[in-house]
Design a protein around this ligand. Sequence first.
Ligand SMILES: [Zn+2]
Length: 321
Amino acid sequence: MRPHATVPLFDAHCHLQEVMSGGEEELDARVCEIRRQGCGGCVVNGTGPEDWGHVASLARFSRAHGGMFRPAFGLHPWQVSGGTPLEGWVERLRALLEEFPEAAIGEAGLDKAHILRHRIQHGEDAARAVFHSGGGDGVSRLLGREREVLAEQLRLARELGRVVVLHCVRAFGTLETLLRELPPPRGFLLHGYSGSPEQARGFARMGGWFSFGPRNLSATAGHAEFSPKTAAVLRAIPVGRVLLETDFPSGRAAFPASLPELLAGHAHELRRVHEAAARHFGLSLPVLGARIHENHRELWEGMRRLGAGSSDQPPEPEAVQ
Ligand SMILES: [Zn+2]
């Protein structure tokens, strides 16, 4: 299969550590395949002590082979409400962040919907009743625990000067309050953003970046197109704060047997979100791809310091080109 794009496309949020393993030779072949498919780089997110080692292996390989994977290490909210033993996690996380100065903190965050789903799966009928109201004492307690774990990671971000990659579902008010208390000085990335345009404006003023992925696409359009809700968010934030992602392979029910097919699936999804963004902004795919790459550099390598306190003014609208 020939590469599809004339410019490399960048994936702001994925979990390729779940499908990438093996020795140096194997990894080398896989990275060549990812490049051949048109991807120029990925942010690979760890979700807890169980996969941090895989992310670290990819990051070490990447350093020695011209880059492809930027690591992020964090404790995902699903790990918090899932009851996994987490003894000593802060110390392990700190050690990894010290070993990888290029690493972000993430995937971290808050997920009220997951708490409710988890309780329903464990036979708590009462949780069904509160699912749509989003309330209940047990939910508040678990959300409080997620909040504590996230606060710990925000403190590390402040101490070590790192970007924070955030997962947030149905808890944007709580997240906003916490970010005001502990603003990450290098900014934060809200991945797969599902909040409102008004909340997005507020987060952008606080140093927020946004990435949009397959879940932000319209389920009804035959071609790649953002949902009306996501399109409204994109109109509310500066184009310079927009990134694109696959979250691959998270949430996919079935995988093809061969790794090349699997990586082709990743490339296909990455291209589709870029096509949707190109359509939204009225740009060709190469121009859009170059713009998104520039945004990546700005977030990860730029010297500009972002964060609360730097500006309470709405961001200047930015021209697309
Ligand atoms: Zn993710």
